[in-house]
Design a protein around this ligand. Structure first.
Ligand code: 9PG
Length: 520
């Protein structure tokens, strides 16, 4: 246990080793930088007002670090920072895999979950402090590859799981000569979550799908969620012993999605690791060179593992095995991944929540107080607050929208998202060519061809070819529900915490999607 008293003469950076570290502040700070655990978990500067616990609890393992989901103190995974009246910040950042930072009154506390670890304490202006932190993380975990980010068309944000071979082939043809480097098939091709084989909507199989994409002159991309499975999958039925359990022997929940309960692979289990390696080799052999590996947080959930290593170490071991098996020449985008333990092993990282064709959903953001759930405002807020990761890994802000069909984003909101893609240097869309009018298709082409000059002017404002783009106004937090809204919020939280309610919601979304699909 190490204790320090903060004073104005603190060095710009110092590194210490400690299992727990407390910095006494002279008075409570104005703001705290919260850093969420995985891609979708919110990252934001907040004041010190306690925030409501995000709802529904059934999604905690899938959206935040479940160990800290109900933490009443301001909290950050690996890193936290406080801002003083003069605008300077004090950052406390772990250089290990398993630490958390809390603010309790005037104490900034860092805690390792197991054993001792190194810490960086940085004091000064925000951009310098975070860039010092990134540099130290990079020295220990590795920095970004020099592979340029490909320009991607991804099937998710238009067709969702309603993809099939015929529709995708048609879409690939209609993309014509739009300058994409990768056509990426997202969720919906697999037999089941856990069984990574082509389902009946892809009768020609996965190799043909990759061949079709390659015949258009692009690389083939594929989405998989290798660290989770549903109970009905063959993987789960055949290998129950590969799945993570709690101290009472019950399977650990990895959240709820696809109208089903999710379970987590134990990446400390040698046979599970071997299976992961085989899966990556299989996908490469089909011809996919761009892999979006998703729901990766599951590998780092708390539980009893088959060998006695920390959850983050077990996760990193699983990720290493997959990286080695896919080969260094594959482009690896990590998604839904715990941030720090993934550094140095992937080419790109999704650093925010999913976007959606809607700016903000009142029910989700305010009533459920859920900043991890898909929504463009949630995505922008977290991504902008994680841009300090850029020197370490290619940031993925998720797709941009150009269409007006099936999209309620205003022109300004679409432009903000496009500008964020330019700032990140990662360009992707899911817009169906069938949905774009001539002007929108031309905008998309110009976006894909552009190579703007980007200059950062403050933590959340940039010059893009001389034009000022300020993300600041988009970073506000949702309103905390009060009075009648608080009652409605409790009710909604209770309802959304039930599998049957989520299933009804999924059914309604699926029906709406089928209707849309019929118009294509
Ligand atoms: C496929 C999708 C897409 C997408 C991924 C991921 O918190 N949530 O409820 C939540 C659900 C789904 C989700 C993200 C968050 O989407 O980010 O790009 O690949 O899976 O199922």
């Amino acid at each position: 246990m190490t204790t320090l008293d903060f004073n104005q003469t603190f060095p710009a950076r110092q590194i210490l080793s400690a299992s727990s570290l407390t910095i006494n502040l002279p008075r409570p700070p104005g703001h705290f930088y919260r850093h969420g655990w995985q891609s979708w978990s919110p990252a934001a500067w907040t004041d010190l007002t306690p925030l409501p616990v995000q709802k529904p609890a059934i999604l905690h393992p899938m959206q935040v670090d479940p160990l800290y989901a109900k933490e009443p103190r301001p909290h950050g995974s690996w890193v936290g920072a406080v801002e003083f009246d003069d605008g300077r910040i004090l950052l406390l950042g772990s250089l290990g895999l398993d630490a958390h930072v809390f603010l309790e009154g005037t104490k900034l506390d860092g805690r390792c979950e197991s054993g001792e670890g190194e810490w960086l304490i940085a004091y000064g202006d925000e951009r310098t402090a975070f860039s010092n932190y990134a540099a130290e993380l990079g020295k220990r975990l590795g920095i970004r590859t020099n592979k340029p980010a490909p320009r991607i068309w991804c099937s998710w944000y238009s067709l969702y799981t309603a993809i099939d071979e015929k529709l995708l082939y048609q879409t690939f043809d209609k993309l014509g000569d739009l300058p994409f480097d990768v056509l990426q098939v997202d969720d919906g091709w697999q037999v089941s979550v856990g069984d990574w084989e082509a389902n009946s909507k892809f009768p020609s199989g996965m190799q043909s799908l990759a061949d079709k994409i390659k015949s258009t002159g692009r690389k083939a991309g594929l989405w998989l969620a290798p660290l989770i499975a549903v109970k009905s999958s063959k993987l789960f039925r055949d290998h129950r012993d590969w799945f993570l359990r709690d101290e009472r022997g019950r399977f650990v929940s990895a959240g709820f999605n696809w109208s089903d309960q999710l379970y987590a692979l134990d990446t400390a289990h040698p046979a599970a690791l071997q299976w992961l390696s085989g899966l990556m080799k299989q996908v490469r052999a089909w011809g996919f060179d761009y892999l979006k590996l998703d729901f990766l947080y599951a590998g780092a959930l708390p539980g009893n593992r088959s060998t006695d290593i920390s959850r983050e170490t077990a996760y990193r071991q699983g990720l290493k095995v997959m990286r080695e098996a896919m080969g260094g020449d594959a482009y690896f985008l990590a998604c839904g991944m715990p941030v720090v333990p993934s550094l140095g092993l992937c080419d790109a990282m999704r650093i925010g929540a999913d976007v959606s064709a809607e700016w903000e959903n009142e029910r989700d953001s305010s009533l459920l107080y859920n900043m991890a759930i898909p929504g463009t405002k949630n995505a922008i807020r977290t991504t902008v607050n994680r841009l300090w990761l850029s020197p370490l890994v290619q940031p993925d802000p998720d797709v941009a929208y150009f269409r007006s069909k099936e999209c309620s984003l205003t022109a300004e909101q679409k432009l903000l998202l496009q500008d964020l893609a330019l700032v990140c240097g990662f360009k992707a869309t899911s817009d169906l060519p069938q949905w774009l009018n001539a002007a929108e298709r031309q905008n998309l082409r110009l976006f894909l061809e552009s190579n703007p000059d980007i200059k950062q002017i403050s933590p959340c404002a940039f010059q893009v070819d001389g034009r000022v783009v300020d993300f600041g106004p988009a970073l506000a937090l949702p309103e905390i529900p009060e009075g009648l809204n608080a009652i409605q919020s409790s009710l909604m939280g209770w309802l959304a915490n039930h599998g049957w309610a989520l299933k009804i919601n999924d059914r309604l979304e699926k029906d709406a999607l089928e209707k849309i699909k019929k118009t294509l």
